[in-house]
Ligand binder design. Structure first.
Ligand SMILES: Nc1ncnc2c1ncn2[C@@H]1O[C@H](COP(=O)(O)OP(=O)(O)O)[C@@H](O)[C@H]1O
Ligand SMILES: N[C@@H](CCC(=O)OP(=O)(O)O)C(=O)O
Length: 373
């Protein structure tokens, strides 16, 4: 019989989606928020650490502003988020306050996690809050992000947070009972999947595209988030946030929703940070020999194996390595700028000095700074 993977987890990230938080866009569902606060209180009494990732700022802001249709313009979305986030933070503070628990608001942008220093700062702040017995409540800093630097959906933000603090389980609460064989809103024959491996080749195809008119991510982003969280060894559960005492029952081992099992090798902390860079500054296309050396040999990337350099990047920036079919196979921190890389590509490392007039490193990307995806 399937058992909940939450039972043995000590550190849990719980993500709640916009449609749940705002009662399908009808304004903050305060009774739901209080209910989760009570459940998280119980989980903490059971010795678990809980971090909450909550969406709902835009949906709540729209409701407050009387906007019926989600605006397309980024500045309007940002204005709505700025209004809604105030309510969200206050409502959580009130809900947890009933249990004498303090909450802390953390608003993150992708930029915050792309610098290793800021990434480590975010990590230590969250861990400090947990040590102080405070419930960290995280959302994207919607009011300042532009399209290029946004996480896109809070499912992925929650997975990044799970990786950041090495949580054992990510619980994604949504408006459906779990992952179905196809979108249950569109297919009456869709069946709930109780358990599946994140590396199952069919998993992404099962999850339809974008979600409800309220949320952004849909099931697809939840499945991709589960794959991402698995890189640090975190399992994911997708379940309905409306099921009575869902978190407590999961923590007691009851199988609810879908378990998405992390069954892939866990990456070390630095490589995890690299893999979690949502943005790269450019890319290099590598030939088949270099592709094999990276994928099976654990080797560094040498200039001789590069056939094309795309984009404009500086030394030390994160770039993607594409195979000859254009698939991203790895990413890493490059030792030369795009301009220099173009000059030394297809050349043996021994020629770097005569081409550039100096030699920094013989590798374009050293294997210590390279992560296979
Ligand atoms: N295979 C699937 N199983 C379950 N739900 C699916 C599937 N494919 C697509 N969906 C849709 O994803 C929606 C949940 O995503 P979303 O609206 O973004 O929720 P949230 O606001 O909780 O992030 C569901 O309402 C459902 O219509
Ligand atoms: N940061 C946004 C979250 C957008 C989002 O990802 O929503 P959802 O798909 O409901 O988790 C907000 O608070 O409105």
């Amino acid at each position: 019989m399937t058992q909940s993977i939450v039972q043995f987890a000590r550190r849990i990230v719980v993500k709640v989606g916009s449609s749940l938080v705002t009662n399908e866009g009808n304004g903050l569902d305060r009774s739901m928020l209080s209910n989760w606060a009570g459940q998280i209180y119980r989980l903490k009494q059971m010795g678990k650490e809980v971090i909450l990732v909550s969406s709902g700022a835009v949906a709540e802001g729209m409701q407050r502003l009387g906007w019926k249709i989600r605006p397309a313009a980024l500045y309007e979305l940002q204005a709505a988020a700025a209004v809604g986030q105030m309510d969200l933070a206050q409502a959580y503070a009130d809900s947890f306050g009933k249990y004498e628990l303090l909450t802390a608001q953390i608003l993150l942008t992708h930029d915050d996690l792309s610098s290793r220093k800021r990434y480590l700062n975010a990590r230590s702040t969250i861990l400090t809050l947990l040590n102080l017995d405070i419930v960290p409540i995280i959302n994207e800093n919607d009011t300042v992000v532009s399209d290029e630097i946004r996480f896109g959906d809070n499912d992925n933000l929650a997975a990044l947070v799970a990786n950041l603090i090495v949580a054992e389980v990510l619980v994604i609460l949504t408006d459906q009972p779990g992952l179905f064989t196809s979108d249950p809103r569109k297919d009456a024959a869709a069946q709930l999947i109780p358990q599946i491996s994140v590396s199952d080749p069919h998993i992404v195809a099962m999850a339809g595209g974008v979600g409800s008119h309220i949320g952004r991510g849909g099931m697809r982003s939840k499945v991709i988030a589960a794959k991402r969280a698995a890189r640090s060894g975190a399992h994911t559960v997708i379940a309905s946030g409306k099921v009575d005492t869902v978190l407590i029952r999961l923590a007691n081992g009851e199988a609810i929703g879908t378990n998405l099992l992390a069954d892939m090798p866990v990456k070390d902390a630095r490589k995890l940070w690299l893999a979690d860079q949502l943005q790269v500054r450019g890319s290099v296309v590598v030939d088949d020999g270099a592709s094999n050396a990276l994928l099976s040999g654990g080797k560094s990337l040498l200039p001789i194996g590069v056939t094309e350099v795309k984009g404009n990047f500086e030394r030390g920036e994160a770039i993607a390595c594409l195979d000859s079919a254009g698939r991203e196979i790895a990413r890493g921190l490059i030792n030369y700028s795009a301009r220099e890389s173009r000059k030394i590509m297809r050349q043996p490392s021994g020629k770097i000095e005569s081409i550039l007039g100096y030699v920094g490193e013989y590798e374009l990307i050293h294997r210590d700074n390279l992560v296979i995806l």
